[in-house]
Design a protein around this ligand. Structure first.
Ligand SMILES: Nc1ncnc2c1ncn2[C@@H]1O[C@H](COP(=O)(O)OP(=O)(O)O)[C@@H](O)[C@H]1O
Ligand SMILES: [Mg+2]
Length: 234
């Protein structure tokens, strides 16, 4: 469903170039859930940006249902994201001037759907925020914002859901509830779920785990190294 083939990415800051991805490859099938783990600064967020076409790799390919993203125009890539991809960003990226309901309705509004407000209300009720529909992001707690961000990413039933440390800033109980929600909504839609997480328990709930190390992705086995990598990343 989504594949990375030998992806390289470096950032240039001043006269220095920092290599972040150096031959990353990955293949994820439709409906699969996969966790990407690795220490802070290892390039996990960059990898998600490349995977969703928000960042263009220096070399290598990203294939979405077999189509290389670099074959598409910027507009076609944006359309693909709008129609098929839901992204939960690390810092939520909610629009401060829009209410919770308006933030969630936005992907449907952009796709020209007429019942956007009603669908946004239903999904916000489902994530336990039926009483916060008209609140603005700055009047919501971290956990509530995270739930709005998840609702917004899922409201248009994307076939690919990408979430960057979705439980990162939450206490354990809220984090577990958020994770339940993500897996539940993911199951309902038979979507592919790509999660970046520091949390070994969350990673263990995914069907597969891969570790980003020195710019490449390595499968995390079911024994031995597994335990070590889980503690290494904290
Ligand atoms: N836009 C950017 N310009 C320059 N360097 C960046 C940029 N984004 C990230 N980096 C650097 O790339 C490395 C990987 O960052 P990131 O993908 O955010 O890692 P992670 O999500 O695993 O913490 C870090 O060293 C970070 O400082
Ligand atoms: Mg990150």
């Amino acid at each position: 469903m989504i594949a990375l083939e030998n992806v390289h990415l470096a950032y240039t800051a001043g006269d220095r170039s920092v290599s972040v991805l150096s031959g990353a490859s990955l293949e994820v099938t439709q409906g699969q859930s996969i966790a990407i783990i690795g220490p802070s600064g290892s390039g996990k967020t960059s990898l998600l940006l490349v995977l969703t076409g928000l960042e263009t790799p220096d070399s290598g390919s990203v294939l979405f249902d077999g189509t290389p993203l670099h074959f598409l125009s910027n507009d076609a890539r944006a359309d693909l994201r709008r129609d098929r991809v839901g992204i939960v960003f690390q810092n939520f990226h909610l629009i401060p001037s829009l209410s919770a309901r308006e933030n969630v309705a936005l992907p449907l509004d952009m796709a020209g759907q007429s019942n956007a407000r009603e669908q946004a209300r239903l999904l916000l009720e489902r994530v336990g925020l039926g009483h916060r529909l008209d609140h603005y992001p700055n009047a919501l707690s971290g956990g509530e914002r995270q739930r709005v961000a998840i609702a917004r990413a899922l409201v248009h039933r994307p076939s690919l859901i990408v979430a960057d440390e979705p439980t990162g800033n939450l206490d354990n109980q809220t984090g577990a509830a958020i994770a339940d929600l993500l897996f539940e909504l993911n199951d309902d839609n038979d979507a592919t779920l790509v999660l970046v997480t520091h949390d070994p328990l969350l990673a263990a709930r995914c069907q597969r785990q891969v570790r980003l190390h020195e710019g490449c992705l390595h499968p995390v086995g079911s024994q031995g190294v597994d335990q070590r990598s889980a503690t290494d990343i904290i």
